[in-house]
Design a protein. Structure first.
Length: 344
């Protein structure tokens, strides 16, 4: 199963009508100029970051370079996300080549393993047992998951509101672990050997660069800052999209399944466009889930059409500011952990 299967026609007249309106507005057309500029901007930023790294050498200012590198890695991940959804290239081959180059070689993430996981998320967002993004682990996303947890995770889930942001520092590590597990255990991933080789090249090259050009302590500091902030950045992009939203137990049609489980994050008149850049357009998560192959540059224009249509249908369309979105997430995590705190 690939990301492209998400974009096939759906059953259900409500979605079909919305799709007609979006198509008539021209919002499903590709945006090659937008992506050419975005790729160039990210490329220039990465080049400047690593040239600064090479120029500074043994200097504590390298820790600020690590902060910039974390932001650059996050932007590469966002572009790889768009490539996987066929927003950039029509063909599977071109998408796979660029996706593996950016994912496996660029940031140490298996493109194929992530694509398989993300496809299952899009098919059943926030559905316990079907969406891997809400599978129980260090965090619990429902009271049932909290009650069923065992071992040290019970302590974490009891205090998961306070521990959520610290745990995000490990998101980058978790991404790499998931990548390796996926390549080892999932035969559905195409070109697994190639992906494994590219991952190995990334790891060896990255560590060799750090520990050859920097003294050991500074190299470790750079690695920790880079990877921890990369994890926080990824978590700050993806967590507001669904965490704390409905976790459906009943069967829903496609439109309601995507809208009711997703949250949009809006900015003010001054912050909306910067927020769009920082989140790669995924602050318009409802529109992205309804039309995964729509270029992220068009999601903002699709919002009033989708929102108006949901109002016509009486379907709840949830949108809030960034700070409020985090408050909702943390309140939900605190509520979920209540059964464990009640045991004390």
């Amino acid at each position: 199963m690939t990301i492209s299967t998400l974009d096939r026609p759906r059953t259900g007249s409500d979605y079909a009508e919305l799709s007609r309106r979006i198509s008539a507005a021209g919002l499903l057309r590709r945006r090659p100029g937008y992506y050419a500029f975005r790729f160039a901007a990210v490329g220039v930023g990465l080049l400047a970051t690593w040239l600064t790294f090479l120029t500074l050498g043994d200097s504590p200012w390298q820790l600020l370079v690590a902060v910039a590198a974390a932001a650059g890695s996050g932007q590469v991940a966002l572009l790889a996300h768009d490539v996987a959804h066929r927003q950039v290239f029509r063909g599977r081959r071109a998408s796979a080549v660029v996706g593996r180059t950016m994912g496996n070689l660029g940031i140490g993430m298996s493109y194929g393993a992530w694509q398989d996981k993300h496809t299952r998320h899009h098919a059943n967002p926030n559905h316990d047992g079907l969406d891997p993004d809400v599978a129980p682990g260090a965090l619990a996303f429902s009271s049932e998951q909290a009650r069923a947890s065992r071992g040290p995770f019970r302590f974490v889930q009891r205090h998961q509101r306070a521990l959520f942001f610290p745990l995000l520092t490990l998101a980058g590590v978790d991404l790499r672990v998931t990548s390796v597990k996926g390549l080892l255990n999932n035969p559905r991933i195409p070109a697994r050997r190639l992906e494994a080789v590219l991952l190995a090249v990334h790891v060896v090259g990255y560590l060799a660069l750090l520990f050859t050009l920097l003294p050991p302590l500074l190299a470790v500091g750079f690695l920790v800052v880079h990877q921890a902030l990369f994890g926080v950045y990824l978590g700050s992009i993806f967590a507001p999209n669904h965490k704390g939203m409905e976790m459906p137990e009943r069967r829903l049609d496609f439109l309601r399944k995507q809208v009711l489980t997703s949250r949009n994050v809006r900015g003010s008149a001054l912050t909306d466009r910067p927020l769009h850049v920082l989140m790669g357009g995924l602050n318009h998560q409802i529109e992205h889930h309804l039309f995964p192959s729509m270029p992220t540059a068009n999601l903002r224009a699709a919002r009033p059409i989708v929102r108006g249509y949901c109002a016509e249908l009486g379907v709840s369309y949830h949108e809030t500011g960034l700070v409020r979105s985090w408050r909702e997430i943390l309140d939900h995590l605190h509520e979920v952990g209540e059964p464990l705190r009640a045991e004390l």
